[in-house]
Design a binder for this molecule. Structure first.
Ligand code: PLP
Length: 694
């Protein structure tokens, strides 16, 4: 009896701490446990935990292999947690506020790249022992679950979060009662409760308005991730920004710095202003104090990606808050508008109220400075105070098992380190060993692809294609949101030309495509449909397939298994992009437009490459005519594939090894992994935050 209690506690600890997402032994444990339970998904540790009761738990307790394994993993996690930095009073603490967090597939708390980055931010902060607490929203429904019918129509079905059965636990006060804070809005005070998740050593607080007894209009605020109209959006952002600051305070956490991840969290600035005003400061002093404690990161050069609110809506919802602040609404309005920005703009508010602001790649910093230059009329664009911190990805989360094994052997400390010199040890790696790892990663991907295609064919009654797929063939990946600027159909501009490249029997090439289109974005859905239609075009010989349901698992499979990672945005609209970084860490080669992170990777790291880190499509010339640019880029894409990529992959020595290709893969791993890592990124932020790791 005692042992099943302690066993349950250990499993509870391991399942609830989202560190399992990147701790392969813990993941494997839950998969092995699920294999003993009928119909339980091993990729969802909480489902495994809930299913392991009574005699089934007793069986595990008596299992000579599993029982000690669970004990060891729980001990390791407890030891890691014991080293968590203190977040109590007197410590310098950073609060990281974001509308989405990509934590794991069972929790539908993200929609795309912004959320995945936020998840990686927390995972790295945990590894580095940074004193950070994160705040987000507890959505009852996440972004949608995607399926695609036989004709290529995207079907968006709900992606519910059952918080009570999830890894989240209610945030309570000392007497065990739920903690509530209130957020003023146009139609009264909204009550907010919270859930707590653990990402390794980092706590994540998710705010929730779905409280019994509260009017339906208020309960519904956190029902849908980015759901509803502008009214819902401003309410959600008030909960995140104002509610976030208040909830941390109610929990006894007093951050010295607030990092606003995108403009969604900008109302935190107003709440902090209120705190300083209530302490008796005049407006000028209070504004200066707020500026010192805010860090703002902007994430997109696409204007529609910046939240705006009309005067009437902003005045209605911010009226009560402005009253609390003792600042007339019209004065607040000036803080969130400016020359060229006629209505309330969350990015403008954050830019004006944060001393430290940054874009997410060098080129994006430059683009952001010109986008917002009109707010600083007395400065040259180059002196607009927007810096950049280039994004990264969390290495243990995104390096597949095959390459992880090689790194464990050759680059000690790679899971937490960023010293570029450490990766140089890989230069001595036997190319045959790397090739073997790459072949295994591709085979693992292709077998998962086959399973997914069969599942879709069974469901739709229409073949999902893929007749020509071959685990030995050069495999190209393209997975991202189908926003039109990403030009998902660029590769389809000349199907005869593409077909000639894919269908070569001696040197076959296959393309795996995945991604979601926003349910309201008809153009994005048309891109998706064209890709599905092309997958059935006989010229492509069953070698282009569309994979539905892009999620973290599929993202990991594709970026670790593809040989080439394709990215064709219209420069300079891709702020950073991170999937290409994941591919590079795994020895995949990028074939990309010179945009986002790739633009600087080529300028900085490309110079140190012995053979090359990938291929660039087009140059840095400004776009004057979009159609012309599309044609030029498509032509260059086909040329690079036919003349460079395919010949390099299929140029084999007597042992069957593509020597030059493998040298490029080594260049990519050695030069890009330590730089495009969230460990490096967190180091950059930590310097700006003024904190150090534990
Ligand atoms: C990495 C990742 C992203 C972000 O990649 P981008 O290159 O920025 O599009 C989005 N979704 C998933 C599932 C990912 O794994």
């Amino acid at each position: 009896m005692n042992d099943t209690t302690s066993l349950h506690d250990e499993l509870d600890l391991l399942a609830r701490n989202l560190r399992w997402f990147y701790d392969r032994p813990t993941r494997a444990l839950f998969q092995d446990l699920a294999d003993r339970l009928d119909g339980v998904d091993g990729r969802d540790p909480m489902a495994v935990l809930h299913a392991l009761t009574g005699s089934r738990l007793a069986e595990v307790a008596a299992d000579e292999e599993l029982r000690p394994r669970i004990g060891d993993l729980a001990t390791a996690l407890r030891e890691e947690l014991a080293g968590a930095p203190a977040l109590g009073p007197g410590n310098r603490v950073v609060a990281y506020l974001s509308a989405e967090f990509g934590l794991c597939d069972p929790l539908k708390t993200y929609s795309g790249g912004l959320g995945v980055l936020a998840g990686d931010h927390l995972r790295s902060a945990s590894d580095l022992g940074l004193p950070l607490v994160a705040v987000g929203l507890a959505y009852r429904d996440g972004y949608f679950t995607q399926t695609v019918d036989g004709a290529g129509n995207q079907i968006a079905s709900p992606a519910p979060n059952d918080l009570a059965r999830s890894a989240a636990v209610p945030v309570v006060n000392a007497s065990g009662d739920r903690l509530f804070v209130h957020v003023p809005m146009g139609d009264g005070e909204v009550a907010v409760q919270a859930w707590r998740l653990s990402v390794g050593r980092v706590p994540l607080i998710l705010l929730d308005t779905d409280i019994e007894g509260q009017p339906e209009g208020h309960r519904a605020i956190t029902w849908h991730l980015y759901g509803g109209d502008r009214d819902t959006r401003i309410r959600q952002e008030l909960v995140l920004g104002v509610g976030g600051v208040r909830m941390l305070h109610a929990m006894g956490i007093e951050p010295s710095l607030y990092h606003l991840n995108e403009g969604h969290a900008a109302f935190a600035a107003l709440e902090r202003l209120g705190v300083h005003r209530r302490a008796g400061q005049d407006l000028t002093t209070a504004l200066a104090a707020v500026r010192r404690e805010l860090h703002f990161t902007t994430h997109t050069p696409v204007p529609a990606g910046h939240d705006t609110f009309e005067y009437g809506l902003a005045a209605y919802h911010l009226g009560p808050l402005s009253h609390h602040l003792g600042v007339p609404f019209d004065q607040l309005w000036h803080l969130a508008t400016g020359p060229g920005f006629p209505v309330w703009n969350q990015t403008v508010l954050a830019l004006k109220l944060a001393d430290r602001t940054n874009g997410v790649a060098r080129l994006h910093g430059e683009v952001s400075r010109s986008m917002f230059a009109s707010l600083w009329p007395d400065r040259d664009t180059a002196n607009v105070p927007i810096d950049h911190v280039t994004n990264g990805v969390h290495p243990p989360s995104w390096t597949g098992p095959e390459i992880s094994e090689l790194l464990d052997e050759h680059v000690p400390g790679w899971r937490r380190g960023t010293d570029p010199a450490a990766w140089q040890a890989l230069r001595g790696l036997d190319p045959a060993v790397l090739w073997d790892a790459r072949q295994r990663a591709r085979s693992r991907l292709l077998s998962a692809v086959r399973t997914r295609l069969e599942r879709r064919a069974t469901r739709t009654g229409v073949s999902a294609g893929g007749a020509g797929l071959d685990p030995q063939a050069l495999t190209i990946g393209f997975a991202r949101r189908f926003a039109t600027y990403k030009r998902g159909t660029l590769m389809l501009r000349d199907l005869d030309r593409l077909g000639a490249i894919l269908s070569d029997t001696d040197r076959p090439v296959q393309i795996l495509v995945a991604g979601k289109a926003h349910p309201a974005d008809r153009d994005g859905q048309a891109v998706l449909r064209q890709l599905v239609e092309a997958s059935g075009d006989p010229r492509l010989a069953g070698r282009l397939v569309f994979l539905e349901g892009y999620d973290l698992e599929l993202g990991g499979l594709l970026t670790s298994g593809c040989d080439v990672w394709l990215n064709t945005p219209l420069r300079p609209k891709e702020a950073s992009g991170t999937s290409g970084m994941k591919a590079a860490m795994n020895g995949g080669l990028n074939l990309s437009v010179l945009d986002g992170w790739w633009d600087e990777a080529v300028s900085d790291q490309g110079r140190h490459a012995e053979v090359g880190i990938g291929w660039s499509i087009g140059d840095r010339a400004p776009v004057t005519d979009v159609t012309e640019r599309d044609t030029a880029d498509a032509t260059e894409l086909y040329r690079l594939l036919a003349d460079e990529v395919v010949p390099t992959f299929y140029d084999r020595d007597e042992a069957g090894l593509p020597q030059r290709w493998l040298q490029m893969a080594i260049d990519a791993i050695v030069l890009l992994s330590p730089v495009y890592s969230t460990h490096r990124m967190l180091g950059d932020y930590a310097r700006r935050y003024g904190v150090t790791g534990a």
